[in-house]
Structure formats: C-alpha cells, structure tokens
Design a protein around this ligand. Sequence first.
Ligand code: FES
Length: 156
Amino acid sequence: MKKTDIDWPKITKIVQDYNSDPECLLMIMQDISDIYNYVPPEVIPVLVEKLGVSESLIYSVATFYKTISLEPRGKYIINVCTGTACHVRGAEKITNALAEELGIEEGQTTADGMFTLDAVRCVGACASGPVAMVNHDTHGALNRSSALEMLDQYRK
Ligand code: FES
C-alpha cells in the first residue's frame, strides 16, 4: 500500500481546534482517522509534541478504541455486526462471503487499499439483521448475494 500523503496544515488545524488539549486526544485521533481511515505513524510524534501526551498513551487509545487504527485501512471499512441478533440471522455467512470475494480475512485490508473487513458489536439495527456498516452507511437484511452487491456499490 502506498505511503500516505499527510496534509500537515489540516492536522495542525485539528489540533488547534481542540486547543492542543491533551484531554481531547481521542477526538483528535478520531478526526485524523476520519480523513485517512487510520492515524498515520508520522503524526504520532507531532501529537506527542503538541499535546504533551506520551507515545504509549496514543498506542493505548488506538488499542482500546476499535474505530482508531495505527495501521493503514481501506477507503471503505466494512464492519459486519456480530451481535446476537445478527449472529443468529447468519452474520458469519456474510463475513465469509465478503472475505472470499475480497480475498482477505477479517481484520485485513485488500492490497488495492479499497476495503478493510472487520467485525463490530451490535450497531442498534437488530431488526434489520444481518447488518453491515460500510464507513457510515448501514446495510441491512443482508444475504450472500446482497452482500456482494453492496461491495459493487462501492467499487464503482
Ligand atoms: S445485533 Fe446486529 S444490529 Fe444489533
């Protein structure tokens, strides 16, 4: 996967918008993730310097919060719900169909950087299970073929 081009003025603005407040580390990392789908490693020393936080705190936040990653992730992050309602309605089949189609396993990203396949706990749309989120979009009542059609929507 190619190296990320960092928009440094944008990173500086995000930090400034939170007044370089170390208490806002999570929100800052989330905003950076919203741009790149991960927190690029080059940004970490800047956060350490500007916020006065430790590098280990940044790693802890990234480990604890599933929405934040320090590894490059796809342009589209597919989170298949593995909550109970979706599980009993066949979430595993959806994950398997997507994994097979994309040639990756759960937690991995396609070589072209388009898709990351992941799992998530209940997203609160149980009646529409099985459900998958693609970035901020919710797709419900999935079966094998509609899950593959869902991919096609994002491939266009
Ligand atoms: S269990 Fe999947 S949305 Fe609730």
